[in-house]
Design a protein around this ligand. Sequence first.
Ligand SMILES: O=P(O)(O)OC[C@H]1O[C@H](OP(=O)(O)OP(=O)(O)O)[C@H](O)[C@@H]1O
Ligand SMILES: Nc1nc2[nH]cnc2c(=O)[nH]1
Length: 189
Amino acid sequence: MLERLKDSLIRSPIIKRGEYNYFIHPISDGVPSIDPHLVEEISDYISEIADMNVDTILTVEAMGIPVANALSLKTGIPLTIVRKRPYFLEGEVELSQSTGYSKGVLYINGLKKGDRIIIVDDVISTGGTLLALVKALQTIGVEVMDVISVIGRGDGYLKLRELGVEPKILVTIDVGEKGVEIKNVFGNQ
Ligand SMILES: O=P(O)(O)OC[C@H]1O[C@H](OP(=O)(O)OP(=O)(O)O)[C@H](O)[C@@H]1O
Ligand SMILES: Nc1nc2[nH]cnc2c(=O)[nH]1
């Protein structure tokens, strides 16, 4: 399972962002191009393992969008995108995001107390993005039914356990200067 994802990951080129070994992959970067069959393989798999009894699929700009949109089209569930710029709408929630190589601010619009959602993102590394996002969602009173990341590296995902969330990571990798190795595939117990 997830053969296209695994095969494409082990071919990912690595660049340095400071000291950080950054892998470049279509799902996380849109580079060189995104194979729709790869996106379909991933969104099909997510629809089978996630709680899809939700009001909306939530993703984070930018690279969570291709997979989350495919899942939305497949299930007919609306897509909500957390943006990197404000809209100043009533109830907009601002949160700061940090990753292994960047810091930023995110803005949530369109969610209200009691909404049931799943979060779909492309990568979890330090866990900084999803930790801040889940904390903000919990203050709104949104019910986070599942957190899915297509790709996982490092142990940052453990931070989410402080919030009572166990993310479902489809493929866990190791990233060295030489390349990407597959560590685990979700469901491969
Ligand atoms: O677990 P973390 O260390 O937080 O890293 C994961 C985040 O990094 C990437 O986002 P980025 O802000 O690089 O933006 P992009 O999606 O626009 O590439 C990715 O889309 C995740 O949201
Ligand atoms: N493409 C990509 N996205 C990331 N997000 C966090 N770490 C990484 C990485 O190494 N590569």
